[in-house]
Each structure stands twice: as C-alpha cells, then as structure tokens.
Design a protein around this ligand. Structure first.
Ligand SMILES: [Zn+2]
Length: 88
C-alpha cells in the first residue's frame, strides 16, 4: 500500500482508540445521591472501628481507586476527616 493510505489507516486507528470512552462508573468521585445513601446507611457516623465522629464525614474508597477499587456502593464508606486522611 502507498504511504498516503498507510497514514490514513493510522489516523483511523488513532480515532478508534478507546480513550474518550473512559466510563463514568470509574470516576473517583461518588455522586451526591450515593453519598447521601452511604451516610444514611452508616447512621451518619465514621465507619472506622471505635470511632463515633459524626462531623466532617468524607466518602472513602475501601479499595483505593489507584489499586483498582471502583466508585460503587460496596466499595465506599463514610470516614471522618481524620481517618480518611490517615489512610490516604
Ligand atoms: Zn473516624
């Protein structure tokens, strides 16, 4: 095949690369609706054992996103700011 065709094919492959299809479900930030259900289920308390903090709760990924954890209900739990920060 000639060079022009080769370049055209490469361009096509580039466009098809699965880059723009990064799914919403892998977004690291839970939606407000997810947060509200999580907080409710947890009784609006930090889920760290022995901690009863009710203020400054943040949603924590049980398995960090960096290690393949997903932003879905079973991988999320509310933690107080102190516990969430300590875990990273
Ligand atoms: Zn805590």
């Amino acid at each position: 095949m000639d060079v022009a065709t080769e370049i055209a094919l490469k361009e096509l492959t580039k466009v098809r690369a699965p880059r723009a299809t990064a799914t919403k479900s892998r977004a690291p930030t839970p939606t407000p609706a997810m947060k509200s259900v999580l907080m409710k289920n947890a009784g609006h308390r930090c889920q760290e054992r022995g901690c009863e903090a009710e203020a400054y709760l943040q949603v924590d990924h049980v398995i960090p996103v960096a290690r393949g954890g997903r932003t879905e209900m079973r991988n999320l739990r509310p933690l107080c700011a102190a516990h969430n920060r300590r875990k990273g």
